[in-house]
Design a protein around this ligand. Sequence first.
Ligand code: FEO
Length: 135
Amino acid sequence: MPLIVWNNSLSVGIPSMDTQHQKLINIINRLHDAMSTGKGKDIIAPVLTELHDYTVTHFTAEEKLMEQCKYEGLAMHKQQHSQFVNHIKKYQSDLEKGSLSVTLSVSNFLKDWLVNHIQGTDKKYESAMKSAGIK
Ligand code: FEO
């Protein structure tokens, strides 16, 4: 059973963003699998790097669309993005130093953050994007 199962409650109403969120969920699920089955740093580090890189790709794309439709909540939204990227960077650095306790609290944190962010923050841009013709 994956950690996060996509369902309609996670849809932000903008298909391109839903697709990117599904990719992020897939990476977090794989990271969770690696952690929960006791895989070592050699397996976990590349997945964490993939998560970092795709998160940055997604946030950059999403911020560009919010700019395009002159979304008023952009500044606050960007702050949340930046904090999440910093969390991932900290995990990467802790893993490198051997001080990351590879427990389910890491994947649970990522899951909770992403689900709350999509449902509580991302969903708010739907009408602004739709009004601007963004899909
Ligand atoms: Fe889809 Fe604001 O992250």
